[in-house]
Design a protein around this ligand. Structure first.
Ligand SMILES: Nc1ncnc2c1ncn2[C@@H]1O[C@H](COP(=O)(O)OP(=O)(O)OP(=O)(O)O)[C@@H](O)[C@H]1O
Ligand SMILES: [Mg+2]
Length: 343
């Protein structure tokens, strides 16, 4: 088994760290920490902003007494290019060699400016044809080098950098690892991801430039209040029809409707490619999954069962602080990162 590693999720809204341990078949949350992101986060090119980010993370890790050095990072979905392709069944070595020559045809970015990686999603022997599905991931080198620089500043050793949707999928795998098709709808701060999982395996990934920050901005603009008040009202009342005559719900509905539109399109295209296979449920993830009434909103607008994706419950995890249980969907990415070396 690979060395023990903790997960570090540097989001645009908050930064989270988690360390999960496995004892036999039991999972235990050793450490967990969360702190607000710095204003510019990883987007800035300035050394001062970068130093500020490193300081915030160092302080958070110290307070959580998280001392191990191996870390698994995730790349923001909006910055990553993902493509799922079918290949003949090959060994890892053969696949690596084959993709080296074929990468150019799949990645619409100059290959000398990206770091590429791949994950085998499934192998199939159906209709006498031995094939496998491979997810190719390409990330701009300047983003990857930021994680490397940050690791250096924090004395950490990156053991892996993966795409955010891969971490969420791992965190919720026990909930979607069944005979039917499920959708994971992850709504974060800046970005959302739609991921369709068939028999436990990722089939489709779509990333949207919308999330909780846009929701707060819509409430702030519509009600003419500052962002901090809008954030508080959003969290307290969400889609409630009673509070403020339903004004908050009305202000944020267009963002959710836009996400619904993309969910419908993604479902349709999946059904076309998969003999009209229906999606049995939507598992909500990300901090914005905590918006009061969001599950009912999607149940009504998509006529499908919607559940909250809780990574702690999915793995029957011990030692989870009581106050974090209800916020589980916002920890799916970071818990998934720390589970990487344990499954
Ligand atoms: N209780 C709540 N009700 C409504 N929204 C919430 C709640 N808690 C958090 N959020 C929203 O969730 C968003 C943050 O989600 P998350 O922590 O998944 O984002 P992030 O990882 O920092 O962002 P990204 O991955 O998009 O860069 C924020 O916009 C925040 O307002
Ligand atoms: Mg995130």
């Amino acid at each position: 088994m690979s060395a023990q590693a903790f997960g570090l999720d540097i989001g645009t809204s908050s930064i989270k760290a988690a360390l999960v341990k496995k004892d036999g078949n039991a999972f235990r949350l050793e450490s967990i920490a969360v702190t607000p992101s710095t204003p510019k986060g990883l987007l800035s090119e300035s050394l001062i902003d970068f130093q500020a980010l490193a300081d915030v993370i160092r302080k958070m890790l110290n307070e959580a007494n998280l001392k191990i050095t191996n870390v698994v990072f995730c790349l923001p979905e909006s910055q990553v290019y993902t493509k799922i392709i079918e290949m003949p069944q090959l060994s890892d070595q053969e696949l690596s060699a084959a993709l080296k020559f074929e990468m150019e045809q799949y990645i619409p970015l100059p290959l000398d400016q990206v770091k590429t990686d791949w994950v085998v999603l499934s192998r199939s022997d159906s209709s006498g044809k031995k094939t496998m599905e491979v997810m190719i991931i390409a990330a701009p080198l300047n983003i990857v080098s930021k994680y490397e620089k940050l690791s250096e500043m924090l004395n950490l050793v990156p053991s892996a950098i993966e795409s955010e949707v891969v971490s969420v999928h791992r965190a919720l795998l026990p909930l979607v690892n069944n005979a039917s098709s499920n959708m994971i709808l992850h709504i974060g701060g800046t970005t959302s991801s739609i991921c369709i999982v068939k028999q436990g395996i990722i089939k489709t990934v779509v990333s949207l430039p919308l999330g909780g920050i846009a929701i707060t901005r819509a409430v702030s603009l519509d009600l003419g209040i500052d962002q901090a008040s809008a954030e508080n009202y959003k969290r307290a009342y969400g889609l409630s029809r009673d509070a403020f005559e339903g004004k908050i719900g009305k202000a944020l509905a267009p963002i959710l409707e836009s996400i619904t539109g993309d969910v419908k399109k993604t479902m349709l295209s999946f059904r076309e490619k998969n003999a009209n296979e229906t999606i049995s449920q939507i598992v909500l993830s990300g901090g914005s999954a905590l918006l009061p009434g969001i599950d009912v909103f999607f149940t009504n607008s998509l006529s499908i069962q919607v559940v909250l994706g809780n990574c702690f419950a999915a793995y029957n995890m011990g030692n989870v602080p009581q106050e974090l249980l209800a916020q589980a969907p916002s920890f799916n990415v970071v818990v998934g990162l720390s589970l990487r070396n344990l499954l």
